[in-house]
Design a protein around this ligand. Structure first.
Ligand code: ATP
Ligand code: MG
Length: 433
């Protein structure tokens, strides 16, 4: 992509409405623009990252055996009346009336709709276990939308729903998702601590929130420092039963649920930190299947209510969480897995014909080699080009100027380490290809 023909409306000054670094950088780097409170336009660079995160989430869901569907954003109120949540959800739900005076709503989540789908489509235990997911926009009329897309009113969520015949099987489905979540966050290069969240009477602790540690997090966590020795960001391979059991036995709790007097962890081993919730998995048994009449015929021919769980990942919140975890004073530092482009190519001397010719040529060659490149071909000064490139945070920068060209070298800068090396054209293409 040529920057001269692209659309990255960057902002020089720090936007006054942004309280945290990810919000500030997303606005400054031209990734998002606010439309109204908690509702954002995703600009090209923001959208690229959002889609890359969604794709990693999708791949790990598919690998875990979940099946993708797409449910609508608008739902009939009737389903929520059946579950009893239509009134319970309160003001967070955006309610709509259509032209025929039918009550509708913009979905804040999809338990009701999926339970209804299941009820009408699945009749036998032979079709279980089943796990369906979608990646869809949600709307929650949050009291205080803040921190940009981190707590928006409209946001993108991956949510899936598991259906099982009995508790043992439901627990296995839960654990499959637990592992899929660890892998997903590991692929994103994030350390996400699985924090126990109480799920009520049945199933005990069959609910976990996944929290990224960051000073700007909204929750305060207490956790056993031993969990850190697990190197959560490298848990990409298969996780055996033992490792899973060990991980799930570690103490990690939100402040509200942490009881200092009865904490199983010795004070010296207990750590506290702020966290951002990026995912939540939850086993809730027959809560919705009973309320909505979702039954299957078991092996003995008797009908039973299906056992369910739901599993969410805040896909749009992750964009912010990733920036909270990856930035410096000059801007964003994208991990390669989610970077909008891998390489930024900077032409230092637009007015120098041979320099521009060399850049154009390199750009074409990179495209041929499928190197994902953003080419700063604008008629602008070197200083502002460097600043913009650091701000938008592509992992690699290639700097081309007349001096280097005389020597036949190109400068390659690593955005994260700041390390610069001079390479020949062939070496450069080899390294980036
Ligand atoms: P929170 O406690 O942050 O309000 P929640 O418990 O309401 O989260 P869930 O209903 O479990 O969240 O939704 C699943 C995921 O969706 C969360 O883990 C979070 O990453 C994301 N999410 C929830 N609310 C928002 C929001 N207002 N803006 C962006 N992402 C959100
Ligand atoms: Mg909430």
């Amino acid at each position: 992509m040529r920057l001269s023909k692209y659309f990255i409306p960057t902002i020089k000054e720090n936007p006054s409405e942004a309280q945290i670094v990810s919000h500030r950088l997303m606005l400054r780097a031209g990734m998002i623009r606010q439309s109204s409170a908690g509702i954002y336009i995703w600009l090209p660079m923001g959208l690229l990252v959002l889609n890359k995160i969604a794709q990693i989430v999708r791949e790990e869901q598919n690998r875990a055996g979940a099946i993708e569907v797409l449910m609508p954003t608008i739902q009939p109120a009737e389903l929520w009346q059946q579950s009893g949540r239509y009134d319970a959800y309160g003001k967070e739900m955006l309610r709509i009336t259509d032209r025929h005076d039918r009550e509708m709503l913009y979905g804040p989540t999809n338990e009701e709709m999926i339970t209804d789908l299941f009820k009408n489509a699945v009749k036998s235990y032979k079709d279980l276990p089943l796990s369906l997911y979608h990646i869809q926009w949600k709307f929650r009329d949050e009291v205080r939308p803040r921190f940009g897309i981190m707590r928006g009113r409209e946001f993108l969520m991956k949510d899936n729903y598991s259906f099982d015949l009995n508790f043992e099987s439901a627990k296995a489905s839960y654990n499959v998702m637990y592992v899929a979540y660890l892998r997903t966050f590991a692929r994103l290069g994030l350390v996400a601590i699985p924090v126990r969240a109480d799920a009520g009477a049945i199933g005990g602790d069959l609910s976990h929130e996944f929290q990224i540690l960051a000073d700007t997090g909204e929750s305060t966590l207490y956790y056993d420092k031993a969990i850190e020795s697990f190197d959560l960001s490298s848990l990409i391979g298969d996780i055996d039963e033992q490792t899973l059991a060990k991980l799930q036995s570690f103490y990690a709790m939100e402040e509200e649920k942490h009881d200092a007097d009865n904490c199983p962890v010795a004070p010296a081993d207990l750590k506290t930190a702020k966290g951002i919730e990026v995912g939540h998995i939850f086993y809730f048994g027959t809560k919705y299947s009973e309320a909505m009449g979702a039954k299957v015929t078991g092996p003995d021919g008797k009908e039973v209510f299906v056992e369910m769980g739901s599993y969410g990942i805040g896909v749009s919140r992750l964009v912010g969480a990733l920036i909270e975890a990856n930035h410096d004073e000059n801007g964003i530092i994208w991990p390669e897995a989610v970077a909008p482009y891998k390489v930024g190519l900077i032409n230092l001397r637009f007015k120098d014909e041979s320099c521009t010719a060399a850049c154009d040529d390199l750009y074409q060659e990179m495209q041929k080699l499928n190197i994902d490149v953003l080419y700063d071909d604008r008629d602008a000064g070197a200083g502002s080009k460097f600043a913009d490139m650091d701000l938008i945070g592509l992992p690699w920068q290639v700097v081309v100027g007349p001096k280097g060209l005389e020597k036949g070298v190109y400068e390659l800068k690593n955005r994260r380490s700041g390390e610069r090396v001079e390479l020949s054209r062939a070496e450069l293409l080899d390294k980036l290809g």
